[in-house]
Design a protein. Structure first.
Lengths: 219, 219, 219, 219
DNA sequence: TCGTAAACGAGACGGTACGTCGCGTCTTTAT
DNA sequence: ATAAAGACGCGACGTACCGTCTCGTTTACGA
């Protein structure tokens, strides 16, 4: 094969050689980033701080990431992957699909309640908010955030809704993605904007309202 | 009629005397802040920059606000108040209530479409996102943001929904606030998280889904 | 005498009316200035600090003095005057002239030793150094410092030397002022520049060397 | 020959690594400091100004010096060293010793006159006074000032006096250091405190008085 | 198996902005 | 009418991080 066969486009600034990347440093940086965000809040985390905590040169961070938001996002994704791997073997199905008991309302309520619990867990709350906030303001990061962290979860709802459509529990002519948003968006808004209390009761109410509609059934 | 008439408790750090405050500086700071955000984006705005543009000492900003987010929030509120005042006399009704033609669906769609247009207007988009993002991460500011900028608008929807409940177009047993969220939150989420396109068509769909429910009418 | 007969040249900026000056404020400012210098050192004293401690508006200071050095200088002069006044009646002679026992060497050594003791007294050392330092760099203040605080003391030496000249103990053809400097300047230098230890022994040595000359008597 | 060969004790605040210090910046800072003092006077020189003129970050100054006085002192010392180096080869003797023609009085007068000329040269006057003043009030700096800038010059006088003692022109039992001070201190005082005119004539007079004593020779 | 080029830790550097302090001026308030 | 109180525009302070740039020092590859 031709020498210097770089599949990558000629990067502007001598792209680093990923093969030589230090796995040790990468892990240390993720851990440092996550722990610092938990301790001090995203705004007070600095790249210098991450480097110091990780025992790593600043350049090693700048070499592989372009901003602290990127670092944290990847750290978070990595965290998810590790959790998934741990859950892995025996309970692989847990993350693969929502339960399908035949009762859409119950199934969705169950999972949404779980999501609400997670959002309220201080361990996730702070760094998750930080990323969400950054994503609001930084389109590129926002899209990665949605694609990598949000979308996989949302797709499970979409799949469950499609299943319900096939079962005749949800109208077949509806766009399942938009249907999903009717369930999920109200929770997201209350969480993001603290515009109201976020509880299991609220979750159930939203699901009921969305399923049965706001208008009276009889005309 | 006991009101909050209280000489406020001794503030922590020698609160400045509001009576001596320079109105001229206050206005200049608002204008500088808004124009800088439009020009450069929130992240690149600095307090030093605002002070320079406003022809004001930095201390004059720090004396009255605690962060650039606060400055911008108040600048925004002030902007709204001025706009309201200008609209004032003749068209006072415009901001006072949603139209009530007797057709809830149409009325709500109309106003939501208008809101969507505003959110997509680059003039509002950037600074509004900036405040929303800051509010996600800074509880105190978030609450002010919601209370001062969001809530007034949302209350109009709530009022319209209550009117529709009286007219029998929306079920009387529903919580109008939660009902409102079914309309509004999906738009908010798409806007904040760029999780999908935001359009008039989408708006209409959301309203229809919410009103008539996701489940089939006949069982 | 004619009213409003201002002997002072028409000051540039509406000279304040000295007759209306608040004696109470003047005293409070002197006391505040001196106590602050003792506590924190000259460099850390600020006009705002003096005003606050004295319970006086800043403008009251700026109206009558042009710098903190001026304030301190006058405060010091005032201190001296008060001390002199206190010593006043009974021991008036103490400050009025050096002792004249007929033995110049002994008389001068006695007083110089006393001066050395004072210079080494921490109570005087700090503010005195501060003024001296400021005077080194600020000609106008330096001249006031010398004229008001140094010169009176130095004149006593000059007078004693002249008396000694009349008594034939010091050569009559010498300039008594320069003679005085031979005694005083070495002490001043050691004090100001910490260029060597300042002691009674040193004092005596300097006086002896100056009186009898460095060159051998016999040629 | 045990010398101070010691890995210095752990400095208080992570001492910077002198091996990596930028020589380029150091020189630029010295030049900027000296030129600014000449142009504007010591009091108006700021660290910010030095940094800007030198094209250097402020931190680079704070990293290596603790105050503008320190910067200026080192700049001055460096200036001296460079001058010495330049004079170096051919005229090395100029700074190495006072002339020794066999006539102490003449030799000392000659050099003192030269010193007086320098002190009155506006090029040296301002920055030198500034350092002297700072040294009066700041013991640590004062000691460096004396040790690095004053002492080397004074030692030359001491050496010349010792030579005169060996030649029988100055009494052998005198402390040569104190003898030196009798010549030098009066000039220093007049210069520092503007307590009288500083001239060649005055210089000569002081030397004569000191050499032959104030008291009459015959008793 | 050994050189060598890279990634690495460390951290100095030129910068920008921070939030604070004090300046000297000007205005308002309360006798 | 006179001060105290203190807000103001301004400029400098000393600090924190930014992102870039050397420095030696590992480290892992390919010759």
């Amino acid at each position: 094969m031709a020498t210097k066969t770089s599949a990558e486009p000629p990067a502007s600034k001598a792209a680093p050689d990923a093969k030589r990347r230090s796995e040790r440093s990468r892990r240390a940086i993720y851990e440092a980033a996550l722990s610092l965000v938990s301790e001090a809040g995203y705004a007070k985390v600095t790249i210098e701080g991450i480097a110091a905590r990780a025992g790593v040169g600043k350049q090693t961070i700048y070499r592989w990431w372009s901003s602290k938001a990127e670092v944290l996002l990847e750290a978070f994704i990595d965290l998810g992957e590790q959790a998934a791997e741990a859950a892995g073997a025996e309970a692989g199905a847990a993350y693969a699909a929502l339960p399908d008991t035949g009762d859409v309302a119950a199934d969705i309520k169950l999972v949404l309640r779980h999501t609400v619990d997670e959002l309220l867990d201080p361990k996730y709350d702070a760094p998750y908010r930080a990323l969400a906030a950054e994503g609001v303001v930084n389109r590129e990061l926002g899209e990665k955030f949605v694609a990598k962290l949000l979308e996989p979860g949302l797709q499970l709802y979409v799949a469950r809704i499609e299943s319900a459509q096939r079962a005749g529990q949800i109208r077949a002519d509806l766009d399942p993605r938009i249907a999903m948003e009717l369930f999920v968006a109200p929770l997201a808004q209350r969480w993001l904007q603290s515009s109201g209390p976020l509880s299991h009761a609220y979750t159930d109410t939203v699901v009921d309202y969305a399923l049965h509609g706001l208008a009276p059934r009889q005309v």
